[in-house]
Every structure is written in structure tokens, then in C-alpha cells.
Design a protein around this ligand. Structure first.
Ligand code: TEU
Ligand code: CA
Length: 553
């Protein structure tokens, strides 16, 4: 495999609203990120993925963009952003920006124009259809509850919105729209950014004819997603984007592409395909959700299933395409609360997840706060929530007769606000995030889980991340090597072998909270060297709760 910076780099994801507030209005901002560049650098990461900072009415926290070429007032100015880019580059950190072009905001002038009349110049930038006997054009449901269609009074048609009704889907069949997207991409690339994370990019091509879904399993609506994710036209659009824009710059691209198989993943990222560099797949993130219904429908998961997902994706892409690895982002519960143990084994399991993440193939992404083991947060009333997805869901469920307590409980371990509580910097008021009133509550555990205490504790999760990042960077087989997972069907231990022609690594992880007697030593060579572990000394034939060891063999 060809070696490149974006394969080797470790990425740190910043959700700006929750990172650091510099002017005490309760909202994280760009000057706040600049204040923390030394911290970011100290992690050893190479690339920042910055979630949307463009002008937006914030129906979905910046994923609804009303001006693609300017910065949201709460976050600062374009000059602040330029300074951020410059400061990062001076520190050898690259910056990739979010590209949200499956939809715009309904407050974007393309849409305000398009909704005025059927012959408006921008009409065809969006997806309009006539209703059927006073009902929407088809039965698709929105990801954020309710129908995926909204009626437009002025013109008597409905427009498609897979997400909120303030996020109308763009019509990629229109060449002018595609050119506008390519131009706005060049606007940021010419400013010197290092690439894009592309929001739901595998949703941009819709199934011809927009057919009804035959099973209305998705609440009372049809599941639109299966008509979006793997349309042949997607590849035409991405190849055109690659030809017109991407191929002209030395950049990295990562497409958010849930609900697909490794073979489709290859079509999007194959080295011979000229589409994207890598995608995020979500099989492991959906592992405990019954997607026939809402994301709040729980389903059990097992460690063997978890391992098989990573293994299949690796084998599906290895040698012909590049992958990515992440355990959390701004759309899911906290990784330590899902896959680790955020109570008794907080420290041990936080380190175990770091060892897993940073020894897997694919470009590694760390979500802000995971490096200190930030956990899920209890929201005690609906009024404490901010996320449109959980709020819309609750509104609908309340109307159907469910009560508030029951809904808070049902959504606790799944809702997106878990990952969006402000970054916990120290044990002062609001965890050092703001002196004002935070836009979303701070997790009350900030007194014991915060950056400052972690800095001062050599045994912290944070310092383990730092060491693990440097191990990954100094041992290229952890990046480029092949992978096997012996005893993959076991539900307690996870053994990862990474190997190349030159060397071999064995990562031994106990994913459960009890001790296991196991002969792990058989996987190690005589001269095996322990690079890192989360217990003082390893014991032969025994793994303690959440024990994690990385050996060079
Ligand atoms: O997320 C897409 C989305 O709906 C995810 O919740 C989904 O479960 C998964 O990513 C696979 O499709 C993106 C953004 O990350 C999210 O914050 C936005 O709300 C959404 O798009 C709309 O822009
Ligand atoms: Ca602020």
C-alpha cells in the first residue's frame, strides 16, 4: 500500500460548540479552540476534523448551513478561522472541514428562492414533488421523526428532507447545483485546508422514482435510507467531484457512509476508483440498535459480533482500499459508556479502548473528550436536552401517551446529547468550559473527570492515549499491516495480530469486568516486548478486568 500522511495521521474530532468558550456566552467558539492548540498538540495528533462552523440557524447545530462561505456568528469571524488554520499549520497539525451537501438550511438563499415559484432559477436545486391526495408524495420517514416531506404553501408542492424540515435535500441531478458545490469546496481548499469529512455523502443520490417503502417498519413511515445509500449515480457524482476538485489538491477525504457493506465501501474508496480516500462505516456503531424503528430501540450486542465487524471490514478493504476506525463521535453515546465500563473500571476500560482504537487498521479518529474518558450524562428532564433528534422523538412519543420519565430512561444510553456535553477542562465551575451559562449542561462528573487532573496523573487515560498514539506512529505495521483476530468467537477476550513482512504485534484485551484464566502467552514470541499495558505487571495465563497489553513480537 502506498504510504501517505492521511493514512498515518491520527485525527482528533472537535465539536466546536462544546469544546471551549472564549467569551463566556456559553457556546464554544473558534478563539476557544485556538487557546487549546497546545493541548491538542500535546496529544500527538496530526489532523483536526472540525465539525461545521459555517453560518447556520442551528436547527441541527450547524449541520443546516445557510451560508457555505462564512462563519457562524457565535463561533467567531472568518478572520478567527484564518488564524486557527494558521496556528494549526504552524504546529504541524492539518485541518479538515465538514462538508454538508446532502442538504442545506431552508434559510439558504437557494432555498428561499426555490420555494417562491416553480420557475425560480433555483427551483431544481431541491427535490420537489406533488402530493398524493393531500398526503406526501411517498411514505418515507425523516431520520428526525415524522414524514420526510414538507408542504410548501407558495407553490403547492412538497420538498424532500431526510433530516429536519429545516434541512431540505439538495438535488444532485442538477448540474448547476453540483458546480456550486464544487466551487464552495474550492473556496475552502484554496484557503489551504487539508480536506473534508463529508456528511452523509452516500445519501446524495436518491433511488429513481422515489418509490414507497413496502414495509412501514420505520415508525409508521417507510425507511428511506435503503433508497439512498447505494445508488449507482453516487459513484458518478463522486467521480465528477474527484475529477473537478479533489484530484487537484493534496488532501484527505472521508465520507460518512452508514448502512453499507465492505464491497460498497470498496466502490467508494478503492485505490483505482477515484472517489474518496476513506469512509466511516457504522456497523459497530449500530451494533446495539434495532434500526427497524428508532435508534432508541435497544438490541443486545456481543463482543464476537463487534470483532467480526472490524475483521470483515478489514478483509474487505485490505490491499485495495483504505479504511478508518473510530469508536465515538458527536452522534452517538460515549464510547466508554457503551463498550467499556464507565464506573468501577473507568480508568482500565478507557485505556483498553484506546489500545483497541489505536492498534486497528485504517486512519484512527479520536472524538474530543474520549481521551479523558468522558461518559454519558443523565438528563433529568426534557428541558435539559438540546438535540433535535431526541427532542423530535420525545415530542412524538409524548403525543402518543408516553411519559417524560419513561422517555428519559429509554433514550438515556442512545441520545446524541451524551457526546455533546461540554469538554471538561478542570474542576472549576462548568468544568472550565465557560464562566457563562453553558448551552448544554456540563456532565456533573467534571470534578473527577477532567483534563487538568488527567495531566497531573501519570496513570491517567489521557497519558495512556498520548503514549499509545506515539506507539502507533513509531510502529508502521500498526498502520499498514494486515490483521488477524484469533479466537474471534470468544465473548471475553479480543486478540489482535498485526503483521507485515518485517514485524508482528499482538494486542491482548480483556473486554469484561472479571478475571479470565487464559493462555495468552502462546501468541507471543520468546523475545516479545511489552510496549504498553494498563496494569503494572502482566501475570502469565491470567487477564485481569479490562486488562490491555500491546506487544511487539
Ligand atoms: O449524521 C448522519 C446521521 O443521521 C447519523 O445519525 C447516522 O446514524 C449515521 O451517521 C449513519 O448514517 C450526520 C451528522 O453527523 C449529524 O450530526 C447530522 O445531524 C446529520 O448528518 C444531518 O446533517
Ligand atoms: Ca463563545
Amino acid at each position: 500500500m502506498k504510504e501517505t500522511w492521511w493514512k498515518e495521521g491520527v485525527v482528533y474530532q472537535i465539536y466546536p460548540r462544546s469544546f471551549n468558550d472564549s467569551n463566556n456566552d456559553g457556546i464554544g467558539d473558534i478563539p476557544g479552540i485556538i487557546e487549546k492548540v497546545d493541548y491538542i498538540k500535546s496529544l500527538g495528533v496530526d489532523i483536526i476534523w472540525l465539525c461545521p462552523v459555517y453560518k447556520s440557524p442551528n436547527d441541527d447545530n450547524g449541520y443546516d448551513i445557510s451560508d457555505y462561505r462564512n462563519i457562524m456568528d457565535e463561533f467567531g469571524t472568518l478572520a478567527d478561522w484564518e488564524l486557527l488554520l494558521k496556528t494549526l499549520h504552524e504546529n504541524n497539525i492539518r485541518l479538515i472541514m465538514d462538508l454538508v451537501v446532502n442538504h442545506s438550511s431552508d434559510e439558504h438563499y437557494w432555498f428561499t428562492e426555490a420555494s417562491k415559484s416553480k420557475d425560480n432559477k433555483y427551483r431544481d436545486y431541491y427535490i420537489w414533488r406533488e402530493g398524493k391526495d393531500g398526503n406526501p408524495p411517498n411514505n418515507w420517514g425523516s431520520v428526525f421523526s415524522g414524514p420526510a416531506w414538507e408542504y410548501n404553501e407558495a407553490t403547492g408542492d412538497y420538498y424532500l428532507h431526510i433530516f429536519s424540515k429545516k434541512q431540505p435535500d439538495l438535488n444532485w441531478e442538477n448540474q448547476n447545483l453540483r458546480n456550486e458545490v464544487f466551487d464552495l469546496m474550492k473556496f475552502w481548499l484554496d484557503k489551504g485546508i487539508d480536506g473534508f469529512r463529508m456528511d452523509v455523502i452516500n445519501f446524495i443520490a436518491k433511488a429513481p422514482g422515489l418509490p414507497d417503502d413496502e414495509e412501514t417498519s420505520y415508525g409508521k413511515y417507510g425507511n428511506a435510507i435503503k433508497f439512498l445509500v447505494t445508488q449507482p449515480k453516487l459513484h458518478d457524482y463522486l467521480q465528477e467531484m474527484n475529477r473537478e476538485v479533489l484530484s487537484k489538491y493534496d488532501i484527505m477525504t472521508v465520507g460518512e457512509c452508514g448502512h453499507i457493506t465492505p464491497d460498497d465501501g470498496y466502490l467508494l474508496t478503492g485505490e483505482d476508483r477515484n472517489e474518496l480516500n476513506m469512509i466511516f462505516q457504522f456497523d459497530h456503531m449500530f451494533i446495539d440498535m434495532d434500526l427497524k424503528g428508532s435508534r432508541y430501540n435497544h438490541k443486545g450486542w456481543s463482543l464476537s459480533e463487534f470483532k467480526h465487524i472490524f475483521y470483515n471490514w478489514h478483509k474487505g478493504l485490505f490491499g485495495r482500499a483504505w479504511g478508518s476506525v473510530f469508536l465515538g463521535n458527536h452522534d452517538f453515546a460515549r464510547s466508554i459508556s457503551r463498550f467499556g465500563n464507565d464506573k468501577e473500571f473507568h480508568n482500565k476500560s478507557g485505556k483498553l479502548l484506546a489500545a483497541f482504537l489505536l492498534s486497528m487498521p485504517g486512519t484512527a479518529f479520536i472524538y474530543q473528550g474520549d481521551e479523558i474518558g468522558m461518559t454519558n450524562c443523565r438528563f433529568n428532564s426534557i428541558s435539559e436536552h438540546r438535540d433535535i433528534e431526541v427532542l423530535n422523538y420525545m415530542k412524538e412519543a409524548l403525543a402518543e401517551g408516553k411519559n417524560e420519565q419513561e422517555l428519559l430512561e429509554a433514550t438515556y444510553s442512545r441520545n446524541r446529547d451524551n457526546a455533546r456535553t461540554p469538554m471538561q477542562w478542570d474542576s472549576s465551575v462548568n468544568g472550565g468550559f465557560t464562566n457563562g451559562d453553558p448551552w448544554l449542561k456540563v456532565n456533573p462528573n467534571f470534578k473527577s473527570i477532567n483534563v487538568l487532573d488527567s495531566e497531573n496523573d501519570p496513570d491517567s487515560i489521557l497519558n495512556f492515549y498520548r503514549k499509545m498514539i506515539s506507539i502507533r506512529k513509531n510502529n508502521k505495521t500498526l498502520i499498514y499491516g494486515d490483521m488477524e483476530m484469533p479466537e474471534i468467537d470468544r465473548e471475553d477476550i479480543c486478540i489482535i495480530e498485526r503483521f507485515s513482512d518485517t514485524d508482528r504485534y499482538v494486542i491482548i484485551l480483556n473486554f469484561i469486568d472479571t478475571e479470565i484464566n487464559t493462555d495468552f502467552v502462546k501468541y507471543l514470541s520468546e523475545e516479545a516486548e511489552l510496549l504498553i499495558s494498563n496494569y503494572p505487571e502482566s501475570e502469565e495465563n491470567k487477564l485481569r478486568p479490562y486488562e490491555a497489553m500491546v506487544y511487539k513480537c
